[in-house]
Design a protein around this ligand. Structure first.
Ligand code: FAD
Length: 584
């Protein structure tokens, strides 16, 4: 994946070549162009947007400009304290500072230069709100809805959203709307009808496509960025994959890409910005680096990232970091589906419990998803039966709440679920003991665990793992359930379970970079002309996940910084930060 050959000639030449069309790559391309550079973005897949396009679009921007308007308070110092605590000294402070200082600047820059709007979500708590510096809301931002008609034919090349992020598999919803539906907050029925009505009566669009014109979440983020790229005349070449980097005299001067079976040599006078995502779809790399057992089929990511950028940088002597880590989340594998379904918010709901093969609990079900994966592997090392584990719930839960691909039973009863899902996606039995036998779980253990959970539900206190103790746990709880919105008895048959695998939304290890996103060698020197951002770089979050948007926030911020550095504008930026102005 790397080469040191000198180019005989370039087939094409630009100032900057960005590799990978996720949110980080697009931010880098836009910012480089705004700095007056010529830019090319190449993308291996036949559609653009990568994992970013199917994501929730949450972007973690501490101390953002909207926090005060929401009546909330934040500061750089609090965010720094929080990040330092969570990253446990494993990430250089200079990188954390660079991220926190530049994240609000990046958002402002995208808004001012390209009209890309992000809205702070008032009530979305950090993932560790009760740690010093953690907040109960305001730091996670989401893209405003974007009208896809502005994309024209380019909508067809935007990676499709996951059906689970759409109402009835069709209609887009924002994070705030999704929260309203899940918690059945006042007005949720009217909102459903309003969105469905708008979708159905959008006759112009309906004649052409099933896709909702109103893009939200990651679709809105990527849609609005693609639109900005079109307006800025930035070429995007699909089906053009990075093969190797070209290095001359210790500097990366370009790359070799493959397009339609041809090798193209593309010069990059100011630098190559790698934004090729992680290695979650590369089984060989998973086995080499991640804790076992591990399987690419457990990933909730869309299957486009194979670690290409990481291997290309490594071939030039780049240092690797955090290669054993993922943005972990439990997932359900669905027969015939291209990717597994992430279980992000169902675990917080009342009336469910997570158990290992002994039928024992080992984690707070409502914990941030990354913690669930750490707990699964830690318990697996002791019990040998937590990868996979089981999420058990009762008939009341099934009726009222969604679970992975299954809508609540009162909308989608068992009879309407695909036949192939019985005993693959979900398991059902009239009693807990029979369910346990189906799962191969210790029946006595499961019954004892459920009996304990039922006591906790009555008292509202989970003395074992503290489910429902903080605002993050409760965010996706059911506010109508008292005294604890995350706890309800599991006592109404039939009983159900889903198998949870140790999946992820992407890997988080990769090329080690500095505070400008420059790729570093083993000896700490930077490889001139080479930048890495997003999941092909070692995460600024280290082993943690500070809040919703903790992957996209850094990817975009370091995309902005890489572009500025390539343009030689980094010095101007540092001095403008000191005077409180963004680099123009
Ligand atoms: P990607 O967005 O995956 O982009 C990488 C691109 O590089 C891809 O298009 C790929 O095809 C391309 N590529 C790969 N190899 C090559 C090559 N050799 N040549 C050219 N192109 C190449 N994160 C958040 O912060 N907030 C959220 O709300 C959120 N929600 C999520 C929900 C789901 C269901 C999932 C699956 C993920 C979610 N994430 C979220 C995670 C987030 O989407 C990813 O961490 C992020 O998109 C990674 O960005 P990236 O630019 O590194 O990679």
């Amino acid at each position: 994946m790397g080469t040191s050959e000198s180019p005989a000639r370039w087939d094409h030449e630009y100032d900057v070549v960005v590799v990978g069309s996720g949110a980080g790559g697009m931010t880098a391309a836009l910012c480089a162009k705004a700095q007056g550079l010529s830019v090319l973005l190449i993308e291996k897949a036949n559609c653009y947007g990568g994992t970013s396009a199917v994501s929730g679009g949450g972007i973690w921007i501490p101390n953002n400009d909207q926090i005060a308007e929401l009546g909330l308070q934040d500061s750089f110092e609090e965010a720094l304290g929080y990040m330092k605590l969570l990253t446990q000294g494993e990430v250089p402070e200079s990188r954390i500072v660079s991220y926190l200082k530049n994240a609000p600047v990046t958002v402002r820059y995208l808004a001012d230069k390209f009209g890309i709007s992000l809205n702070a979500v008032k009530k979305y708590p950090d993932y560790y709100p009760d740690k010093p510096g953690g907040k109960d809301g305001g730091r996670s931002m989401e893209p405003g809805p974007f009208d896809a008609s502005q994309l024209g034919g380019e909508l067809d090349r935007l990676r499709h959203p996951y059906p689970g992020t759409l109402v009835m598999g069709r209609v887009s919803m924002t994070q705030l709307e999704a929260h309203t539906f899940l918690c059945k907050a006042p007005g949720w029925i009217a909102l459903t009808f309003k969105l469905m009505w708008k979708y159905c009566t959008d006759f112009g669009c309906r004649r052409r496509t099933r896709r909702d014109r109103r893009l939200t979440l990651g679709q809105a983020l990527i849609g609005s960025m693609r639109h900005a790229m079109m307006k800025s005349d930035i070429p995007l070449w699909l089906e053009t994959g990075l093969e190797s980097l070209v290095e001359e005299g210790g500097r990366v001067t370009g790359l070799v890409a493959s397009k339609n079976g041809m090798h193209l040599r593309i010069g990059a006078r100011k630098g190559v910005i790698l934004a090729t995502g992680g290695f979650e779809s590369n089984q060989q790399m998973r086995e080499q680096y991640l804790p076992g057992p591990t399987n690419a089929s457990w990933s909730a990511a869309p299957g486009c990232n194979h670690g290409d950028g990481i291997r290309a940088g490594r071939a030039l002597g780049a240092q690797l970091g955090f290669m054993n880590l993922t943005w972990g989340t439990p997932t359900i594998v669905i027969p015939g589906a291209a990717n597994a379904a992430g279980i992000f918010m169902e675990r917080q709901l009342p009336g469910c419990v997570m158990v290992n093969g002994q039928g024992k609990r080992f984690v707070n079900e409502a914990a941030p998803y990354i913690e669930i994966i750490y707990a699964m592997y830690a318990d697996h090392a002791k019990s040998g039966s937590a990868v996979p584990c089981w999420l058990v719930f009762d008939g009341r839960f099934r009726k009222n709440y969604p679970m992975g691909p299954m809508l609540p039973g009162n909308i989608q009863p068992d009879s309407k679920l695909p036949k192939a899902w019985a005993d693959t996606v979900y398991y059902m039995a009239p009693t807990l003991a029979e369910l346990a036998r189906k799962l191969g779980v210790n029946a006595g253990g499961l019954e004892a665990t459920v009996a304990k959970m039922n006591e906790f539900a009555r008292s509202g206190v989970d003395p074992e793992f503290g489910k429902g103790n903080n605002s993050f746990d409760r965010y996706y709880g059911d506010p109508t359930v008292k005294p604890n919105p995350c706890l309800a008895p599991i006592d109404k048959g039939p009983y159900y379970a889903v198998r949870l695998d140790a999946g992820e939304i992407g890997t988080k290890g990769g090329l080690v970079t500095d505070e400008q996103a420059r790729v570093l060698r083993e000896d700490g020197s930077s490889i001139a002309g080479l930048y890495a951002i997003g999941n092909c770089s070692a995460a600024v979050m280290g082993r943690t996940y500070a809040g919703a948007g903790g992957t996209l926030g850094p990817a975009m911020t370091f995309g902005y910084l890489a572009a500025l550095d390539a343009a030689g504008a980094a010095k101007a930026r540092v001095s403008s930060l000191a005077t409180g102005r963004a680099a123009a």
